[in-house]
Design a protein around this ligand. Structure first.
Ligand code: NDP
Ligand code: OXD
Length: 332
């Protein structure tokens, strides 16, 4: 955001700091995933002059202009009565929308990519290589002390379907297509992405699923996506298909997944997200050898990328420019 003297000041090189009304901006920060001191330090560097407080250090009468939050306690939201916007420090807003302290009238802004797509793409690449290069089968062979090379399938023989073509899904689908996979994608509204065969709407879901040897879910958790991948839909995947789930766990019916692994309709799955997190220690998912389970790490929020986007966003709001907010009705 460029300094315009009397209107904005967003960098230490500003020529007109004394005239900038935004010097006195008040920002409240809270993240349940830790690293707060790194965030605060980076925020101070990006917004010299702004008053930035960590929740817990702010007194109850201190009211912020904007809150930068990840999974805040309800009392934080209830205690802030003058917020002009809430910046969600991640892409998924399901937890924030379900927060009982969330004020109705304050707009919510979420991160769009900010570096997360690159992390998630690597995670998905790992899954594609794991199954595509038969690492699951070689692991079993190792257990049996069996030496048997397998023929390598070309990437084009691994049709990948990406559920959700938003900020993350669209970038990931396009990148996988460039890497030689045959890629299709599915979303609520029609899309056009170079190299990606795009499907839209519920009526196209069955034909979409029937062509996916690897199904990648990058959908948000909403009322409409809950258990979207149920038994009937998962059965539409070709025999021997693989699931990679890195959007939200609520989208996938894990009982149905286990049933289809047991019946050998599905070959395996790489799961990063779960309906209940942390995944309870007694979950049967842990016991299934054809599942790889990771603790919600496919795409952590990169601090620098996030702050750059938030600073740009606040700059836009303060100068009266539009900034798309989360659609609370749709849930993402
Ligand atoms: P976006 O909001 O940009 O995109 C969401 C996509 O899902 C859109 O393409 C949207 O369609 C589609 N969608 C939503 N509801 C439906 C539906 N009912 N039917 C069909 N398509 C639907 O989100 P992002 O790409 O930024 O992120 C996606 C999700 O990934 C986040 O919500 C979060 O839950 C998860 N995530 C997980 C991380 C991890 O570490 N595991 C890290 C970051 C994000 P349309 O475009 O037509 O509206
Ligand atoms: C996110 C996440 O939504 O980390 O950003 O899950």
């Amino acid at each position: 955001m460029q300094c315009r003297g009397e209107s904005l000041q967003w960098n230490s090189g500003c020529q007109h700091p004394q005239r900038c009304p935004l010097r006195a901006l008040k920002l409240l920060f809270y993240s349940r995933s830790g690293q707060s001191s790194r965030w605060i330090e980076a925020l101070h560097q990006a917004l010299p002059g702004a008053e930035i407080r960590l929740y817990g250090e702010a007194t109850s009468d201190w009211q912020a202009d904007y809150a930068l939050l990840w999974q805040p306690p309800p009392e934080l939201l209830r205690s802030q009565r003058r917020l002009r916007g809430i910046f969600n420090l991640g892409a998924g807003v399901d937890a924030l929308l379900a927060n009982p302290g969330l004020p109705e009238e304050v707009p919510i802004y979420k991160l769009r990519d900010a570096g997360m797509a690159a992390w998630m793409l690597d995670y998905i690449r790992y899954g594609l290589l794991h199954f595509g290069r038969d690492m699951d089968r070689y692991r079993e062979q190792q257990r049996l002390r069996c030496w048997q090379p397998r023929e390598i399938g070309h990437r084009a023989q691994w049709p990948v379907g990406v559920l959700g073509l938003g900020a993350l899904g669209s970038e990931i689908a396009a990148a996988l297509s460039v890497e030689g996979y045959s890629v299709s994608g599915w979303s609520r509204t029609p899309k056009s992405i170079p190299g990606v065969d795009c499907y839209a709407g519920e009526t196209t879901l069955a034909p979409f699923l029937s062509r996916c040897r690897v199904l990648v879910s990058i959908l948000p958790a909403t009322v409409d996506t809950r258990h979207l991948l149920n038994l009937e839909r998962l059965q539409r995947l070709p025999e021997g298909a693989v699931v990679i789930s890195c959007g939200r766990g609520e989208v996938l019916d894990s009982q149905a997944l286990l049933a289809l692994l047991d019946s050998h309709h599905l070959r395996g799955a790489l799961l990063d997200v779960f309906e209940q997190e942390p995944l309870p220690t007694d979950s049967p998912l842990y016991d299934n050898e054809r599942l790889i389970i990771t603790p919600h790490i496919s795409a952590p929020t990169p601090i620098e990328g996030a702050i750059e986007q938030i600073v740009e966003g606040i700059g836009r709001l303060e100068s009266g420019a539009p900034l798309p907010a989360v659609d609370r009705q749709r849930g993402y």
